[in-house]
Design a protein. Structure first.
Length: 326
């Protein structure tokens, strides 16, 4: 059976359910690279350009780990999906970076998706991938519809409060999440890129760490597109990088939840150009409306102990502030 590799990084946290369902319905085997480990990240750091951001280094590590296990790597060139904002240039160059940046890599399935230039661009892209494998049109359409359905289910789980790794496990392994009971004393919003927040190695598993400290956590991924769309920010002009714009809107949304939220954390990626601006805008654009705010920068050397201590200190401070207000 033909094996298609999907690295567990970057878009994995957003589109994996759709991609997996599509390829499996076509009769192909999907192989993933598993969780990020030190060895895997070291491989990525070795292979990627030194000034690449951490998530791209992580992606390199995952792609490398799939090198001898698959016939193809699926790395679509997703440019724009909402006709307004585009994904950052690192995403656009990803297929080429993997193809030419490392030796003897499997063939890359590199399909361009840009909803600004073509009608039905997403369907056309999936169709062309199906055609690559000589599949019949009816089967490709069936696989696409199934993939869309699974993606919808995935998004519903996220809206209900599951985090992407939990929703993926629930869909494909029927594994119920362990720590979803929202019974903590505090409520935090975490904003940032999904591939930073939910990569449990580089984020030192921030979501579960906070839960263990008695904090209920909501992330940008739990917010509906409508909730995000309704947020306004005053940066003078539109942010044109998709994930950065989404982060800014999520921060705005959480800032408007003063009565329900006790803290906001922005998880930023070291080496990310857009993030340096996003973080400042979160702080300067009316701030976080008096809600305690902390930003944490993640890099390839982020230590469990260092980030754990900062989180504990932040949680303690918020608790003390809450007590003093009672
Ligand atoms: S938005 Fe930032 S973190 Fe994400 S891929 Fe681009 S540079 Fe890297």
């Amino acid at each position: 059976m033909i094996r298609v590799g999907i690295p567990n990084a970057l878009f994995y946290y957003v589109y994996f359910p759709m991609w997996k369902a599509f390829f499996e319905e076509l009769g192909l085997q999907v192989v993933t690279s598993g969780k990020t480990t030190k060895k895997l990240l070291d491989g990525g750091v070795r292979e990627a350009l030194a000034d690449a951001c951490v998530p791209v280094k992580v992606f390199f590590g995952h792609a490398l780990s799939l090198k001898d296990k698959v016939d193809f790597l699926f790395i679509p060139r997703i440019v724009c999906l909402n006709k307004k904002t585009v994904y950052c240039p690192k995403f656009l160059g990803l297929p080429d970076m993997i193809r030419f940046g490392m030796e003897n890599m499997p063939a890359v399935i590199d399909v361009r998706i840009d909803t600004r230039s073509k009608k039905n661009a997403v369907f056309r892209a999936y169709y062309s991938v199906g055609k690559l494998f000589n599949k019949k049109p009816e089967l490709i359409v069936k696989a696409y519809l199934k993939a869309k359905h699974i993606q919808k289910v995935y998004q519903q789980y996220l809206r209900k409060g599951l985090q992407p790794p939990e929703a993926i496990e629930l869909i494909f392994q029927n594994k119920k999440p362990r720590l979803t009971s929202q019974s903590g004393q505090l409520n935090f919003g975490i904003v940032g890129y999904p591939y930073v927040i939910h990569d449990q190695y580089i984020s030192v598993d921030i979501v579960n760490k906070l839960r263990r400290m008695g904090v209920n956590v909501k992330t940008s991924d739990n917010l509906s597109p409508l909730n995000l769309k309704l947020q306004r920010y005053n940066t003078g002009k539109r942010f044109f990088w998709t994930f950065s714009e989404r982060t800014l809107r999520a921060a705005r949304y959480f800032s408007n939840q003063k009565k329900k939220l006790d803290g906001i954390i922005h998880l930023t990626a070291f080496g990310c150009g857009p993030d340096s601006i996003v973080d400042k805008f979160i702080q300067f654009d009316n701030g976080t409306n008096g809600i305690p705010f902390m930003s944490i920068s993640i890099d390839e050397h982020s230590g469990e102990a260092g980030i754990g201590t900062r989180l504990e200190a932040f949680v303690d401070m918020v608790k003390r502030q809450k007590r003093s207000e009672q």
